[in-house]
Design a protein around this ligand. Structure first.
Ligand SMILES: *[C@@H]1O[C@H](CO)[C@@H](O)[C@H](O)[C@H]1NC(C)=O
Length: 595
């Protein structure tokens, strides 16, 4: 809107409390501010006006405490540990994997249960699990994998009392039914219910990143159900990893062998010499069409390459080397894919979270053009990892071969020459790092540990696109943030659960404008925006929520839909929160002038 005036930024201090408790001092440091009074649905509130200089590390503009009457909640005694959520917009169903249960809930109102199915670990397994020294709680069946094969059939896996198992499940006449026998499935699902893991189903094949043994000492990235392949069990491939996320990026319209799968994890670095274990965050690529080698790397990935993800704050010397969560933002053009990661530090202040964004272009540069690292033997049979300066064999390791393409020298990875396979086996690590957009975090937040994120894109009335971040915290809050001219603005903070449990899962249903958060004991459904919470024009406009605008005719804050763009009736100014068009402006009670 042309009416966006000077760059002012306002923070609502809700109902004096913050002023009284001295929290004002914590507001965005390095900012000048004035306090002005204004109306809030007839009550007198206070706002703080700030020059928008350094919006990083701001506290949320508004904090909303737990309000069960405004949220759709799923909570039932006996049901807990909602580890995995599956959003099916086509069938209007939210599937949840819990301890011993699989649930189907109404996507429009998750407090409505459609059906559930039970899958207990067999009694002899539970006894065996207890005998091996595990607790009663651990010796249950935590459903950790829940994948849709088509609208009515699913593939599910559970820890099954430290004896992971998978099976098929169908939904028929709104009833879930387990199919077939449970099959022992190590490498697909963790043994231990708290272990971080990642999994993905593509074209009937299951890709899983987890541990392959009872003790949790053998990490694996496995493809099963079709064309089974796995990682080499070597520290140079995976060294005590914590798996965070796995995702597919389709590089063509139709599914193709040259599509890539990316795995995100934190592991102990092998390439640095350090007195202590140094953690690094990595992203690995594998080709969907990989079929393994013929002799060398038989039934192993021949396209596995990994690179370090860097997330650091240059001014502060902070290194955020521990990855907590990843969201892959996809558009219709795969080249525009953005990988968002939440990072924390290994040492120092553990309550600082950073969000870094990585562009597909940067990822491609590293894997397709970058140098490799290679091991050289030094004294005492010690290995040093240095940049590999000698020739790289062709075809270049990590290039995805099109198995269906005629007339090409290598029609699949089974044809790859031994020198290529040996090189891949010995050089999984790239020399260059993947650097974040702007070479710094897009969001830096003190005093908060973020656990999960999803990102949604929307168009404001100014026709600009805004990427909205929904971040879950370890205390059960949700932060909604928007990147405005390179600085993050936290629109609001919402308490999701009655107790301070961490947000463990976060899933978006973009077409519905809803998302779903899970803690160990609760599931909640949240709309991407609750514009009606803003009772007067100022509050609505100052919120700078790209989903919301003030309607002069309706005298209410409404959700901006695609049709409403450009209307003279609506006031929105996401860029700088200029509320000068609001009718209240003329009232003596509100003054923009400095005191
Ligand atoms: C399961 O949920 C309960 C709370 O409902 C929690 O105390 C426990 O730690 C969870 N267990 C696992 C393995 O996540």
């Amino acid at each position: 809107m042309g009416s966006c005036g000077r760059t002012m930024y306002a923070t609502l201090i809700s109902f004096e409390e913050r002023v009284n408790t001295g929290q004002v001092a914590m507001f965005c440091n390095k900012m000048t501010s004035t306090i002005a009074a204004f109306c809030l649905s007839g009550l007198w509130g206070t706002i703080q006006l700030l020059e928008a200089r350094d919006l990083q590390n701001c506290v949320p503009r508004k904090t909303v405490a737990y309000q069960p009457e405004n949220l759709n909640i799923f909570w039932k005694p006996g049901l807990s540990n909602f580890s995995t959520l599956l959003v099916s917009e086509e069938t209007n169903t939210l599937y949840a994997g819990a301890k011993d249960y699989i649930l189907a809930l109404d996507l429009n109102d998750i407090s409505k249960e459609i059906t559930r199915e039970v899958w207990f670990a067999p009694e002899d397994r539970q006894l065996e699990c207890l005998r091996r020294g595990k607790s009663k709680a651990e010796c249950q069946n935590y459903i950790l994998l829940l994948h849709e094969i088509n609208a009515t059939s699913f593939y599910i896996c559970g820890t099954n009392a430290f004896h992971p198992a998978c099976r098929y499940m169908v939904i028929d006449d709104r009833k879930l039914k387990l199919q077939s026998k449970a099959v022992e499935s190590r490498g697909r699902c963790p043994f231990e219910p708290r272990t971080r893991y990642a999994s993905l189903m593509v074209d009937g094949a299951l890709y899983s990143a987890t541990s392959n043994n009872f003790l949790g000492t053998e990490p694996i990235i496995l493809r099963s159900l079709r064309n089974p392949l796995r990682t080499e069990f070597k520290a140079s491939w995976l060294n005590e990893p914590t798996f965070i996320h796995i995702d597919l990026v389709q590089e063509s319209n139709a599914s193709s062998d040259t599509d890539r799968i990316y795995v995100f994890f934190t592991e102990t670095a092998v390439e640095f010499e350090f007195y202590d274990k140094l953690l690094v965050s990595r992203m690995a690529q594998i080709c969907k069409g990989d079929l393994g080698g013929k002799r060398t790397l038989k039934k192993k990935w021949t396209s596995f390459l990994k690179a370090t993800l860097v997330c650091s704050a240059p001014e502060s010397d902070f290194q955020f080397n521990v990855l907590q969560a990843v969201f892959v933002f996809k558009t219709t053009n795969w080249r525009e894919t953005i990988f968002y990661g939440i990072f924390t530090q290994q040492w120092g202040r553990l309550d600082i979270s950073a969000v870094c964004a990585f562009k597909m272009e940067a990822v491609k540069d590293v894997f397709l053009k970058g140098n490799f690292k290679g091991p050289v033997a030094v004294e005492n049979s010690h290995t040093k990892w240095v940049v590999h300066r000698a020739d790289v064999p062709t075809p270049r390791p990590g290039a995805c071969l099109d198995n269906s393409a005629q007339r090409q020298e290598y029609s699949s990875s089974l044809d790859l020459p031994d020198r290529v396979l040996q090189f891949v086996r010995d050089h999984p690590l790239m020399d260059s790092n993947v650097d974040p957009v702007g070479r710094q975090p897009v969001l830096l937040k003190r005093g908060t540990r973020y656990t999960q994120l999803v990102v949604d894109r929307t168009r404001g009335l100014d026709n600009a696109t805004y990427d909205i971040f929904f971040l879950g915290t370890d205390k059960g809050y949700l932060h909604k943030a928007v990147n405005l001219q390179g600085a993050m603005f936290i629109v609001e903070e919402l308490q999701l659960f009655p107790s301070l449990e961490p947000v463990q899962t976060l899933k978006l249903a973009p077409q519905k404008g809803l998302f779903y958060a899970g803690s160990p004991s609760h599931l909640v459904q949240i709309p991407v925006a609750t514009c009606s919470q803003y009772k007067c024009c100022f509050d609505c406009v100052l919120a700078r929520d790209p989903y919301c605008a003030w309607s002069l005719s309706l005298r209410s804050c409404i959700l901006v839909t695609n049709q409403s763009g450009g209307s003279q009736d609506l006031i929105q100014c996401v860029r700088n929160g200029d509320a000068s068009r609001c009718p209240e402006v003329g009232r003596r009670t509100f003054s923009l002038s400095q005191r």
